[in-house]
Design a protein. Structure first.
Length: 101
């Protein structure tokens, strides 16, 4: 939370310091060997999990000027595009893969 714009010199309008700090730990290899990668390029968030990939946009006007809400909406959009379910509980991020895909 110390990376939010009100605590830094971030003038991006979307809280890039916060977003980048949030996404960095999402780049991991799961226990089963599935690589998970999440990155930001401009306003676009790209989430890939195994061979699945989805994109979401940081939408300030449609969602909220709050970087936390914008990022959550963009991650959910990217997860839907990748065909995975993303939940955040107790400071942990969980991905659930649809077994039909």
């Amino acid at each position: 939370m110390e990376k939010l714009p009100q605590h830094t010199d971030d003038k991006s309008g979307i809280g890039v310091h916060y977003v980048d700090a949030y996404l960095k730990p999402m780049n991991v290899k799961l226990e089963d060997g599935t690589p998970v990668k999440c990155k930001r390029r401009g306003l676009k968030i790209t989430l890939s999990a195994g061979g699945r990939r989805g994109e979401g946009l940081m939408r300030r006007l449609e969602v909220s000027p709050d970087p936390v809400a914008m990022l959550d909406a963009a991650l959910q959009e990217a997860a839907r595009g990748a065909g995975v379910e993303l939940t955040v509980e107790g400071g942990a991020i969980y991905l659930r893969f649809d077994s039909a895909s």
